[in-house]
Design a protein around this ligand. Structure first.
Ligand code: SF4
Length: 250
C-alpha cells in the first residue's frame, strides 16, 4: 500500500517579543493545492508537534487570503513572501516558516508592522480633501500616467520590501522603499501634487531617501512587482530639484 504523503514544517516560535525563540517541527497530512495558510490551519486543528507532544496552536496573521491585505507576510524557506499565495506543492521540504525580522514579533509568525504605517503617516501618503461638501469632478490624469500610477497603488503594505532592505532595521530610522514609492504615487496625482513639497520635505530629512543604499533587494521581493527602484530614482531627482528650489527660495 502506498505510504500517505505528509508535509514537514519547521516553524520558528516565540511566545512574545521578550521571550527567546525556538523551533518546533510539525508533520501534517498532505492534500493537493494547499497553501501555507491551509497548512497552518491544519496545525491549529490539531496542535501536536512531530514528537507527538500536545502544543499550542501556531499564531499568524491573515485577512483577505488573496494577496491584497499584506498581513500574512512571513519568511518562507528564507524568502519574505505572502503565506496565502505560497503553494506547498511549489516548495522544497522541510518548509521553514519564520517571522519577518525587521518588525517586532507579537507571537510566533505574527509581527507588528506599525513601522510601515507610521512611515506612511510621516510622508502624508494620502490626498487631503475636505469631504464636507461636493468638490465636483477632480482633474483628469493622462491615461499613460494613470496606468503606471495604478501599478504603484497596488502596494499592500506587506513589508516584504522593508524586510529585504539591508538599510531597514531596528537600529535605523530609514522609512524603507514602500513609503517612498507612495510619495511618488501621491505626488503624481494632479490633486495630490498640491502637497508635493510637504511630502518631499518629509523624505529629505532623517530616515528619508538618503538612507537608501541602492541594494535593489526591494524590487526583487515585492509580490506586486512594484517598480520600487524606479520610484526611488525618480524621487532622488525630485528631491535634488527641491533642494535647489529651497536654496534659491523659488
Ligand atoms: Fe509589499 Fe511591494 Fe508594498 Fe513593499 S512595495 S510593502 S513589498 S507590496
Amino acid at each position: 500500500m502506498e505510504a500517505k504523503k505528509s508535509i514537514r514544517l519547521l516553524i520558528t516560535r516565540q511566545i512574545d517579543l521578550h521571550s527567546p525563540s525556538y523551533e518546533e517541527e510539525f508533520i501534517i497530512p498532505y492534500r493537493p493545492n494547499m497553501n501555507i495558510i491551509s497548512a497552518l490551519m491544519e496545525i491549529r486543528k490539531n496542535p501536536v508537534n512531530a514528537k507527538g507532544e500536545k502544543t499550542t496552536a501556531v499564531v499568524w496573521e491573515s485577512v483577505c487570503l488573496e494577496e491584497v491585505c499584506g498581513s500574512c507576510s512571513m519568511i518562507i524557506n528564507g524568502k519574505p513572501r505572502q503565506a496565502c499565495s505560497t503553494l506547498i506543492d511549489k516548495l522544497e521540504q522541510p518548509i521553514r516558516l519564520e517571522p519577518l525580522k525587521t518588525f517586532p514579533v507579537i507571537r510566533d509568525l505574527m509581527v507588528d508592522r506599525e513601522r510601515i504605517f507610521e512611515a506612511l503617516k510621516k510622508v502624508r501618503a494620502w490626498i487631503p480633501i475636505d469631504g464636507t461638501y461636493d468638490l465636483g469632478a477632480g482633474p483628469r490624469m493622462p491615461e499613460k500616467t494613470r496606468q503606471w500610477a495604478y501599478e504603484l497603488s497596488k502596494c499592500m503594505t506587506c513589508g516584504c520590501c522593508l524586510e529585504a532592505c539591508p538599510n531597514v532595521n531596528q537600529k535605523s530610522s530609514f522609512i524603507g522603499p514602500a513609503p517612498l514609492s507612495q510619495v511618488r504615487l501621491f505626488n503624481t496625482h494632479p490633486t495630490g501634487a498640491m502637497n508635493k513639497e510637504e511630502r518631499l520635505a518629509a523624505i529629505m530629512g532623517t530616515g528619508g531617501i538618503t538612507a537608501c543604499g541602492n541594494s535593489q533587494n526591494c524590487v526583487e521581493v515585492c509580490p506586486k512587482g512594484i517598480p520600487l527602484t524606479t520610484s526611488i530614482a525618480a524621487l532622488n531627482r525630485e528631491t535634488t530639484l527641491q533642494s535647489f528650489r529651497n536654496f534659491f527660495g523659488s
